[in-house]
Design a binder for this molecule. Structure first.
Ligand code: MG
Length: 332
């Protein structure tokens, strides 16, 4: 009797262990495991499983000016400690960037891409240029290379024009985007491509009246909480009503110049609005510059592992939100 009872207990114990291990095996450990290849479906980004995806993360600073954080340890920290599901690599083009030193800047971007792939998070490959139409050949060369090398990875999101200035959507931005999209699509038929819009990526309403043909095209909306208020939300809502999929690839908690006070209430208003529409976002920026939008204090370690005293008020507030978004995503 005793012996049989012991066997039953043992059996129950094994069943318990098995179900525990399969429960762990089933729960995805990274955003890539959870969502895989992304697609644009109407206003939303959806994962392979059909779920609506809202990514949240950090943008690195201009690669030529604060390139020291473009390393695998920093990305590992942003993924593991800040729980970024996406990181944006902002490759400078003009101002001693890719246009004059292509090898040097490309190396930094590839380091970030490789690290994001290793961490199982998404990466926005951003052509960080305000007059990209003047660098069309550079853009074609760059994105052709990235698409050929990385287009098969679900991690890659292309941002082909950071913040166009006050130039025409129809005559300048749209033709530029179409030319770059064609080059990317030669090698990568499916990863999401994000286009900029005029007036520092604010005029998404204008683009929504004359959108680009093609699959998996999204549009970036940029805001700085101290400068951009309800009126920008209204423009964005026009774009959403007209069917665009928006992605806030860059926002700041401060004034549009990257400095000034941290506008906590206004930032929360934007976060609520983005949650309502499932819009993904990246905060500007991972930098130790002496301006309030920079997340880190001067001289913060370049390999991550930042302690509380390395993080400035904007960084602290954004990190807290990233942790909240992560809990929501993983369902903890
Ligand atoms: Mg692909």
């Amino acid at each position: 009797m005793l012996c049989n009872f012991g066997r039953t207990k043992l059996l129950l114990f094994f069943i318990f262990c098995f179900s525990l291990s399969s429960a762990f095996a089933d729960s995805p450990r990274t955003p890539i495991e959870k969502f895989g290849n992304l697609n644009v479906s109407g206003n939303y980004i959806i994962g392979e499983n059909g779920d609506t995806v809202q990514l949240a993360g950090m943008s690195l600073f201009w690669s030529q000016w604060i390139g020291k954080y473009y390393n695998k340890h920093c990305i590992e920290w942003l993924a593991s400690d800040w729980k970024c599901s996406v990181v944006r690599a902002a490759m400078a083009v003009n101002h001693h960037g890719y246009a004059s030193r292509p090898e040097k800047e490309l190396k930094k971007i590839e380091r970030v891409i490789d690290a994001c792939i290793e961490q199982g998070i998404y990466v926005i490959v951003d052509f960080h240029e305000h007059a990209a139409e003047n660098f069309l050949e550079e853009a074609k060369t760059f994105f052709s290379h990235i698409a050929r090398k990385y287009g098969s990875y679900p991690n890659i999101i292309y941002e082909i024009y950071n913040e166009p200035l006050k130039v025409s959507w129809k005559d300048t931005i749209k033709p530029y985007c179409e030319a770059v999209i064609a080059v990317i699509r030669e090698h990568d038929p499916d990863n999401i491509i994000i286009c900029g819009t005029s007036n520092w990526s604010q005029n998404v309403d204008e683009a929504s009246l004359d959108p680009i043909d093609g699959k998996n095209i999204a549009y970036t909306l940029h805001f700085y909480a101290g400068t951009h208020k309800e009126w920008l939300i209204e423009k964005a809502e026009v774009a959403i009503e007209n069917g665009l999929c928006l992605f806030v690839t860059e926002y700041g908690t401060t004034d549009a110049n990257g400095d000034g006070p941290v506008y906590a209430d206004e930032t929360r208003m934007w976060w609520d609005w983005m949650d309502k529409h499932h819009i993904s976002h990246c905060n500007w920026s991972v930098a130790d510059k002496e301006e309030s939008s920079a997340a880190l204090v001067k001289g913060a370690p370049i390999r991550g592992k930042w302690k509380e005293h390395h993080i400035k008020p904007s960084g602290k507030m954004v990190k807290e939100e990233l942790l909240r978004k992560h809990r929501e995503m993983i369902g903890e």
